[in-house]
Design a protein around this ligand. Structure first.
Ligand code: PEP
Ligand code: MN
Length: 332
């Protein structure tokens, strides 16, 4: 089928799902109808995709995509993944203390920014490349998977080589040059919704990555700009079931950046699990008052410890389970 597609000067995108394989075909309409796939041997059905995003659409790929980080950590399967850690990595002591805490409480993926997209050029910009040496040690000790943001080509190369999942932040959701590069990466990608992006725009941004051949994309709702004056952003929770309806890609929620206030993070994390999120990403800091970024929204270790079993209970209530590190599993 792929050879046939290529013979018409079109590009095939192969996506393997359970029981069937989808070949997404992109190209000019005239050429597509000319290519005539309907009676092609081995083709079960031909589906015409009308949405502006093609590869991330559920019309193209009806089965849920499961994005695996290895060691049983999977987004989009029945288990809900907990990502936790500081906004920024500040020092080895800080990172290791948070990592130990979140691991003991049940998180399986550690977050921590090394290259920070800050609104002001005078704010802490992150430890940069040197931070990876610290994180290598933290990961060795804790065994946690590690997600960190790539801001540009260089930080993407580093994340690709030294993290488990590359993150594209809200501010770069429509950095198309960067998205094209991410498409050529092999590591899974966490793509955050821009704070004024529609769902169509988010899914077209995901298409940039999928079109490059990287199908391991996890979407993240992180709050959008509204006229609210009580929180940093407004968590668009209905985006979760809507995205899951429109797309086969896993969807997670970041209640920390969505609310910007510690007291709002726990209820919104529970609500995210109830809404069907495949994961929740939370900022945690052992001494938020001294944090170099986003201290106001960081959960304290004890907040996080008490939140995890409550997220597990909500997950159970909606027919899911929380994927946690072994201590919690054995304790439940
Ligand atoms: C982050 O998760 O560290 C971050 C900067 O978030 P966002 O890109 O959603 O603002
Ligand atoms: Mn932050």
């Amino acid at each position: 089928v792929c050879d046939h597609v290529k013979g018409y000067g079109l590009t095939p995108h192969v996506m393997h799902g359970p029981g069937r394989c989808v070949v997404g075909v992109l190209g000019h309409e005239g050429r597509l109808s000319e290519a005539g796939f309907t009676n092609f041997e081995g083709v079960i059905e031909v589906v015409r995709v009308y949405s502006p995003y093609v590869l991330s659409s559920r019309e193209t790929h009806p089965a849920d995509t499961v994005v695996s980080l290895g060691d049983g950590v999977k987004f989009g399967a029945s288990e809900v993944v907990v990502i936790a850690g500081p906004c920024s990595v500040e020092s080895l002591e800080q990172a290791i203390a948070v990592a130990r805490t979140v691991k003991a409480a049940g998180a399986t993926v550690l977050r921590g920014g090394l290259f920070k997209p800050r609104t002001s050029p005078f704010s802490f910009q992150g430890l940069g490349e040197a931070g990876y040496d610290l994180m290598d040690e933290v990961r060795r000790e804790t065994g946690l998977k590690f997600v960190t943001e790539a801001l540009d080509e260089r930080s993407l190369e580093l994340a690709e080589a030294r993290a488990d999942i590359d993150r594209i932040g809200a501010r770069n959701m429509q950095n198309f040059a960067l998205l094209k590069k991410v498409g050529r990466c092999k590591k899974p990608v966490l793509l955050k919704r821009g704070f004024s992006a529609t769902l169509d725009e988010l899914l077209m941004a995901a298409d940039y990555i999928l079109a490059g051949g990287n199908y391991n994309v996890v979407l993240c709702e992180r709050g959008i700009r509204t006229f609210t004056d009580h929180s940093r952003n407004t968590l668009d929770l209905s985006a979760v079931p809507m995205l899951k309806q429109l797309s086969h890609l896993p969807v997670i929620v970041d209640p920390s950046h969505a609310t910007g206030k510690r007291k709002l993070v726990q209820p919104m994390a529970l609500a995210a699990v109830a809404a069907g999120a495949d994961g929740v990403m939370l900022e945690v800091h052992c001494s938020p008052a001294e944090a170099l970024s986003d201290g106001e929204q960081a959960l304290l270790p004890q907040d996080f410890e008490s939140l995890v079993p409550r997220m597990a209970a909500v997950a159970q209530a909606v027919g899911r389970t929380l994927h946690t590190a072994s201590p919690l599993n054995s304790g439940l």
